[in-house]
Write a protein that binds this ligand. Structure first.
Ligand code: GLU
Length: 429
């Protein structure tokens, strides 16, 4: 994890945007519109804690753009959450839904809190309080939240219940990532990790590499990472490392097994946040290395599936020369300075808002199902997901090839042009 220098995700998102706005000669009004969220909400959530005290949590929701459809994006619970991080993430959601060609915009929410130290009841109060503060500004046809870092299906259901209690109806299309059977979609849990690997599978085709001859190193061991490892292993690939946060030591640790990690055995010793019990991992024969060691491994594929600001100018040169593909399961893991190096090294980068679009794509399917109140089979969901991800991957890859530009720039061009066009057609700019 990069430490020391203050990192501002929003500045990074704007820098990425400005670069591509120049490349496509975007008009000034569109730039002014798209550089900032359309709307944002900041609020306080007072919670009566289990010990009798009252704690006030800060919450946010940013709606970056909704020209193509209702704003869409997750809600994060994180102790280091900032409004600028939420702004950046809401902007990346706009490009993500546009690149995946979904009729949606981009939004993001957050609460500054650490669920590791909160009881289930306290978390429920935060969820209900979040909705009480913004229920007038979100909804099935305006802004549809979802899970993100450290939030899950139960959090979504509490939020839905609070919204329905206030508004007096049943509106399962308010929120996605709900439990299956309570308006959730089959395949939603798997969607981001599987979607990531669909794009890796296509990238390997493009590079004419057989997945069976590849190895990968993964940062993170939460929902995205676990399902990515599952599908990548099914394709015949071997994961040799995972890196995850150790709550006791307050640092990340990389667990390595050169002949391949065993997903199921690690899942048995993992908490709900993707933290692995160190003693047990050592007993199982894993080597425990420094948190950043995942990046330095002699593998073909790197899968950053944790947080933003992980591959930076300070560590990018440590990436092993064998690495050919980086597929970003996390949002914003690579800084623009690190990108320059990856571009020079000719590493095939599958940028975040393409690579991890599987989650929101399945959320879109969930919304459609919830609004129809008719639910599809898991096979149908995953088949449609694969189709959408594969189409988005090739649209970006073909543009990158045709114009000889970096994959991230190609993805940005598609995303920005679609949103700028929708904003123009509406007569906004
Ligand atoms: N939080 C996920 C993301 O960053 C999913 C968002 C959604 O499903 O709306 O893409």
């Amino acid at each position: 994890m990069a430490e020391g220098k203050a990192f501002n995700a929003f500045e990074m998102a704007q820098k990425q945007f400005d670069k591509v706005a120049d490349m496509i000669d975007l008009d000034q009004a569109s730039r002014d519109l798209l550089r900032n969220p359309l709307r944002e909400f900041h609020f306080s959530i007072p919670v009566h804690m289990d010990d009798g005290s009252i704690k006030v949590f800060r919450g946010f929701r940013c709606q970056h753009n909704d020209a193509r459809g209702p704003a869409k994006g997750g809600i994060r619970f994180h102790p280091q959450e900032t409004i600028d991080t939420v702004r950046a993430l809401s902007m990346w959601m706009t490009w993500k839904t546009a690149v995946a060609d979904l009729p949606l915009g981009g939004g993001k929410g957050g609460v500054i809190c650490d669920p590791h130290n909160l009881s289930s009841r306290e978390q429920e109060q935060i969820c209900r309080g979040w909705i009480r503060q913004v229920y007038k500004n979100v909804g099935p046809i305006s802004d549809v939240p979802a899970p993100d870092v450290m939030t899950n299906a139960q959090h979504m259901l509490w939020m839905l219940d609070e919204y329905e209690t206030i508004t007096g109806g049943r509106y399962p299309g308010l929120i996605t990532g709900k439990p299956v059977g309570m308006g959730g979609s089959l395949g939603r849990k798997e969607a981001t990790g599987y979607g990531l690997i669909y794009t890796v599978r296509e990238a390997l085709k493009q590079l004419q590499i057989d997945p069976k001859n590849t190895t990968a190193s993964v940062q993170g061991f939460g929902n995205v990472a676990q399902f990515a490892i599952e599908l990548y292993s099914k394709l015949g690939g071997k994961v040799t490392c995972i890196s995850c946060w150790d709550q006791n030591e307050s640092r990340a640790i990389t667990y390595k097994k050169a002949d391949g990690i065993n997903l199921e055995e690690l899942q048995k010793i993992t908490d709900r946040f993707g933290g692995v019990e160190q003693d047990k991992a050592l007993e199982l024969g894993y080597e425990a290395l420094d948190g950043e060691a995942w990046l330095e491994q002699e593998v073909d594929i790197l899968l950053p599936c944790a947080l933003e600001n992980q591959i930076t100018e300070d560590n990018v040169e440590k990436i092993h020369e064998k690495v050919q593909i980086i597929a970003e399961g996390a949002n914003g893991p690579t800084t623009p300075e690190a990108d320059k190096f990856l571009d020079k090294r000719n590493i095939f980068v599958i940028p975040d808002f393409l690579a991890n679009a599987g989650g929101v794509t399945c959320s879109y399917f969930e919304q459609v199902q919830s609004n129809m109140n008719y639910y599809w089979s898991k096979d149908e969901v995953l088949k449609n997901l694969d189709q959408k991800m594969t189409a988005a991957f090739w649209a970006v890859t073909n543009l990158s090839d045709n114009r000889s530009i970096f994959m991230r720039d190609a993805a940005y061009i598609i995303g920005i042009e679609r949103v700028a066009q929708a904003s123009k057609e509406r007569g906004w700019v």
